[in-house]
Design a binder for this molecule. Structure first.
Ligand code: AKG
Ligand code: MN
Length: 210
C-alpha cells in the first residue's frame, strides 16, 4: 500500500538491499544480539513530555546508546538507564556490515536494537536527528518478522512510499535520505521463523558525534 505520490519514491541516498544477510548470517547475528541483551536488558523508552511508553522495546551496544524518558527526552547516554553499566561492544558482524555499506571512514558509535513484539507495536514517522552530525549514513538491518517501512522526504507532511523489510534486508539512509521521515507502520506476525516466539528486530547503526 502506498500513498498517491508513490512515483516520487524515496530520496536520493536511500538504498534498499534485500537479502543482504544470508540465513546463516542472520542466525549468528541473532546469537550475538542475544548476548548483548543478556548484558543490557531491553527497556521501554518513554515519550518526552507526556511520559507515554513507546511500544518498541530497545537496547543498545556501542559508546552511545539512544534513550528517551519523560523528563529529558530523546538523547544519547553512555550507560544503560537501569543497570548503570556501559553498553556492550558492537558485535563484529555489525561493524563489518557498516564497513561494507556506510562508505564512511569511522566506525558506528550507536547500535540501537529495536524489538517489535506483538501486533500493535509500531514506530511513528520520525527523523533520526538526535545526532551532532548527519555526515554519516544510518545503516539498518532487519531480522525476524517482515515489516511495512514507510519513507518520505524532508517534510513531515510530504509524500511517502512504503516497502516491506524482510529478515536479512539492509537499508542505508545517506545523503538526502539521511534526514528523511520514516517509520514502521506494522509488523506482519508469523512471516518469519527466525525468532522462536515471533517478532521483529531492527538494528540501527549511527555516528553520533562530529
Ligand atoms: O525498525 C526499523 O526498521 C526502523 C527503526 C528506526 O527508524 C529507528 O530506530 O530510528
Ligand atoms: Mn529512525
Amino acid at each position: 500500500m502506498t500513498s498517491a505520490n508513490q512515483k516520487a519514491g524515496p530520496p536520493a541516498g536511500f538504498r534498499y538491499l534485500p537479502g543482504y544477510l544470508s540465513p546463516e548470517d542472520q542466525r549468528s547475528l541473532l546469537a550475538a544480539l542475544r548476548a548483548v541483551v543478556a548484558e543490557a536488558p531491553l527497556y521501554q523508552p518513554r515519550m518526552p513530555g507526556n511520559g507515554k511508553p513507546m511500544s518498541v522495546r530497545m537496547s543498545n551496544a556501542g559508546s552511545h546508546g539512544w534513550y528517551s524518558d519523560k523528563a529529558a527526552g530523546y538523547r544519547y547516554v553512555s550507560n544503560h538507564p537501569e543497570t548503570g553499566r556501559p553498553w556492550p561492544a558492537i558485535p563484529a558482524a555489525l561493524l563489518a556490515a557498516w564497513g561494507d555499506l556506510a562508505d564512511y571512514p569511522a566506525p558506528p558509535q550507536c547500535c540501537l536494537i529495536n524489538f517489535y513484539q506483538g501486533p500493535k507495536v509500531r514506530m511513528g514517522l520520525h527523523r533520526d536527528q538526535d545526532e551532532e552530525t548527519f555526515e554519516a549514513p544510518v545503516v539498518s538491518l532487519s531480522l525476524g518478522d517482515s515489516a511495512v517501512f514507510r519513507i518520505g522526504g524532508a517534510e513531515r507532511r510530504g509524500p511517502t512510499s512504503s516497502l516491506k523489510l524482510h529478515s536479512g534486508d539492509a537499508v542505508v539512509m545517506g545523503g538526502d535520505a539521511r534526514l528523511a521521515y520514516h517509520g514502521i507502520d506494522r509488523v506482519l506476525g508469523g512471516s518469519s521463523r527466525l525468532l522462536q516466539d515471533g517478532g521483529r528486530i531492527n538494528i540501527t547503526l549511527r555516528r553520533v558525534t562530529a
